[in-house]
Design a binder for this molecule. Sequence first.
Ligand code: SF4
Ligand code: SF4
Length: 269
Amino acid sequence: MRKFRCKRICRPKVTIKDLDRRPPSYADRWAPMLAGNGCSGCMACAEVCPTGAIAFNNSGQILFKHDACIACRACTDLCEPGVLILGPGIGGAVTRSELSYVGSTDKASADEPAIRPLKTPGPSKTIKIFAKSMHVREVDCGSCNACELEIAAISNPVYDAERFGISFVASPRHADVLFVTGSVTRQMELALNKTMAATPSPKLVVAVGACACSGGLFGNTQFAGAGVDASIKVDIYIPGCPPSPRAILSSIRGLQRGTITRSEHDHSR
Ligand code: SF4
Ligand code: SF4
């Protein structure tokens, strides 16, 4: 009987090596953006958006808030001139304001999408201590569990987060990083604060998904808050509903490499 060779079936080496170099997939193109200058300013997109992720200012510019976008595509479907298209979302950011940008209705072009972050990172220091080893505790604060599925996927053989030293642990006492999902329901506020207190310093907090970044579709009510940063300080925001495993992994890798720098939050209180 022929010897079983799993490498010949799933070819993990090829997949893993190519992961960082692959162009964005369909799942990575989820956020609305302007392509072309044919926007009529009808504001239909802003009116249909269920989470207020699109707004117009007095100058007629569109403000896209990727922290709140749930990728429902209602805005792009409704856009009559067809200038609102789906583009790559902002992968990860150290402040919420970096997840918003102004799309000028005058200057946008299909060749050069008008992605202009409102704010650049301020003084920050690169976290190098987690560069080769990072233990993660996931905290579900009221998510629909789709974010959990994508987080779990970074450990599968395709994304293989363990090759970067990223592994999941069962207790916050063993964790370096907290992945927090959900808009933080009232019942989970205390649990989140206790988990934070049980995690030894230095530590990082990563808000994963639109709910965790802004409250998303289920937040901002009497039962749930406006995201993780309403309860504890957040170091990295990863938008999307849910963010793809690639977006999650590349943001964490950016942190490890130092290409994403974190705000200097004091978690030692
Ligand atoms: S895709 Fe949906 S949530 Fe995102 S901006 Fe458009 S309407 Fe709003
Ligand atoms: S961001 Fe989207 S996928 Fe993640 S928990 Fe919220 S609703 Fe679910």
